[in-house]
Design a protein around this ligand. Structure first.
Ligand code: PLP
Length: 372
């Protein structure tokens, strides 16, 4: 069933989409299709071109984001496939402080001349608008990782589209439950399925969704030829995770807001970034088009990088680990990674809020603070 015109809520779609056709004894769940090749004459043909389990997962993501979806072996594989559709020397406008993997890739492309990249502060709408003339692609990530900056998505997307500039949005932090960039007119929405959609820190996957048939074909060709395809088991696990994604995400968003409030008045914290906080500099903007504010927050401690590292080592419920979007809460000092932007404060900790009880999380945070 196509969910494009369905009236089902997204929380229902996450459960109903991508199921096998109903019939006597038909399975409720798509099976794991462990096949590298398929009998001739059908639409799949070969395991690098398609797989029934991929299709089920793709249908579920399409039902959430809109458009048609392709899944890849990781978020970065999806992003690389998206950039691969650009001509040599194409002009890209992108955030100067987004996910470090994308920043590193774009910097490499920029130095080699593969792409010409203008880095802008996405929270400064006028700066982004000024950078648009002559661009081929506007790459948006909002909220940004790890600064939690919010871009004025509806305005930026329509301004770029009015200039016939391609717009792609990394929706990993926000997810479809918070904002749907394709409905705002973006050409492609990207997700690191590794994070909230799959939700259990047990697989890597990325997705690209688009309503543009030609773009879909170009991206599908990139997937076939670059070969960064997901494994069928990962696709199955991701789909299993998507079934509970709204339940997990909504609970984590509530807890994230509560923790952001409590951290704001903690004596050892100097600054909290979370767009859902009424005091956050971007709250007014965010609430215009975001339905929730996500489950990741960042905060700076009153202390050094070493103190921040010790804090992250001193929790018992929250794991000291990178990544985000799982049922298990994680935190880390982002600048422990040499690839992280130097504009990110040295003592900034990013906290991904999971599904644990919020008071238990708060006790854990307080205990960790008392240990430094
Ligand atoms: C915002 C964002 N985009 C993309 C990625 C890359 O995804 P993956 O790790 O699945 O390749 C990440 C990973 O942390 C991310 O946080």
């Amino acid at each position: 069933m196509s969910h494009e015109n369905s009236n089902e809520k997204l929380s229902t779609r996450a459960i109903t989409a991508g199921r096998p056709k109903r019939g006597a004894d038909s399975p409720l769940n798509e099976t794991i299709s462990l096949n590298s090749t398929f009998a001739a004459g059908g639409p799949i043909g070969y395991g690098r071109y398609g797989n029934q389990t991929w299709s089920a997962t793709e249908s579920a993501i399409s039902a959430l984001e809109g458009g048609e979806t392709l899944i890849f072996s990781s978020g970065m594989a999806a992003i690389s496939a998206a950039f691969s559709t650009l001509a040599h020397g194409a002009r890209v406008v992108a955030s100067d402080q987004g996910y470090s993997g994308v920043m590193t890739l774009l910097n490499q492309y920029n130095s080699s001349g593969r792409l010409i990249v203008t880095f802008v502060d996405l929270s400064k709408t006028d700066d982004v608008l000024a950078a648009l003339p002559g661009a081929d692609l506007l790459w948006l990530e909002s909220p940004t990782n790890p600064g939690l900056d919010v871009a004025e998505l509806p305005e930026l997307i329509s301004a770029a589209k009015a200039k016939k500039i391609l717009v792609m949005v990394d929706n990993t932090f926000a997810t479809a439950l918070t904002q749907r960039p394709l409905e705002m007119g973006a050409d492609v929405v990207m997700n690191s399925v590794t994070k909230f959609l799959s939700g259990h820190s047990d697989l890597l996957m990325g997705s690209l969704s688009t309503k543009n048939v030609e773009l879909f074909q170009a991206l599908e060709t990139s997937r076939k030829l670059l070969g960064a395809v997901p494994g069928p088991f990962e696709a199955w696990l991701a789909l299993r995770g998507i079934r509970t994604f709204p339940l997990r995400f909504n609970k984590s968003c509530e807890s994230a807001l509560e923790l952001a409030k409590r951290l704001s008045s903690h004596p050892q914290v100097s600054r909290v970034r979370y767009p859902g906080l009424p005091t956050d500099s971007q709250h007014e903007r965010a609430k215009k088009f975001m339905e929730t504010f996500g489950a990741v927050l960042s905060f700076e401690i009153k202390g050094s990088a070493t103190d921040a590292d010790r804090l992250c080592e001193s929790s018992s419920i929250i794991s000291h680990a990178t990544s985000l979007g799982g049922v298990e809460s994680l935190w880390e000092r982002r600048r422990r990674w040499p690839s992280e932007s130097p504009s990110v404060p040295d003592n900034l900790i990013r906290l991904s809020v999971g599904g644990e009880d919020v008071d238990d999380l708060w006790d854990d945070i307080q205990r960790a603070f008392s240990a430094i």
